[in-house]
Write a protein that binds this ligand. Structure first.
Ligand SMILES: C[S@@+](CC[C@H](N)C(=O)[O-])C[C@H]1O[C@@H](n2cnc3c(N)ncnc32)[C@H](O)[C@@H]1O
Length: 190
């Protein structure tokens, strides 16, 4: 199976899912079976069980795994749909630190096509802004003034020449990728 066919918007993917659901049902006397995963972790098994039409019951005793499990199996179905969100004006760091809670008339309601996507973007940006404020200075822009999108971490050893002793990174190559056709994506030489 090609990766793209796992996309439910892909017609071939839809067809494969349909066949899988029918085969599972046929193997279980015409009824979709119930899958119990008592140690479900992030929920890969109940998620896939749901995709092929089974009822899934999942459990985990680790609260972090439990939250990821709900975010995998429950939240997309509950919140991944059109709806209303409340927008609040962006505040500067100083305003955030010292302002009183926002009054209602500073907030605005808006319809969005997917509430979950909107919320994930909103809070991811919220975290990013605060991380930038606190530790952004530790990640300066590259030589071309563009933001650095990744770092290669390497152990170093002092140069064996006693008059040098420079820290030498223990790396085979500083190139992440040297294929011409891959340069446009995330694969740049450093
Ligand atoms: C290997 S992970 C499961 C990975 C999962 N099948 C997946 O594909 O993502 C095992 C999980 O079992 C959970 N676990 C271990 N002992 C447990 C117990 N007694 N009750 C509930 N969960 C337990 C752990 O917290 C862990 O998240």
């Amino acid at each position: 199976m090609k990766w793209e066919t796992s996309d439910p918007e892909n017609p071939q993917g839809r067809e494969i899912l349909h066949i899988a659901r029918e085969l599972v049902r046929a193997a279980n006397g015409g009824e979709p079976p119930t899958v119990l995963d008592p140690f479900a972790g992030g929920g890969a098994i109940p998620l896939e069980a749901g995709r092929i039409g089974c009822r899934a019951i999942a459990n985990d005793y680790n609260p972090v795994a439990y939250l990821i499990l709900r975010a995998t199996c429950e939240f997309p179905q509950k919140y991944g749909r059109p709806g209303k969100v409340t927008l609040t004006p962006a505040l500067s760091h100083r305003e955030r630190e010292y302002s009183r809670p926002l009054v209602k008339d500073q907030q605005e309601e808006r319809d969005v096509s997917n509430v979950l996507v909107h919320d994930v973007e909103k809070w991811a940006n919220w975290i990013l802004e605060r991380a930038r404020e606190k530790i952004g200075h530790l990640y300066p822009p590259g030589k071309d003034s563009r933001p650095v999108i990744g770092y290669l971490w390497a152990r170093t050893a002092p140069c064996s020449n006693p008059s040098c002793r420079a820290e030498i990174p223990l790396l085979r190559s500083l190139l992440v990728c040297n294929k011409k056709d891959k340069e446009g994506g995330s694969c740049h030489g450093y």
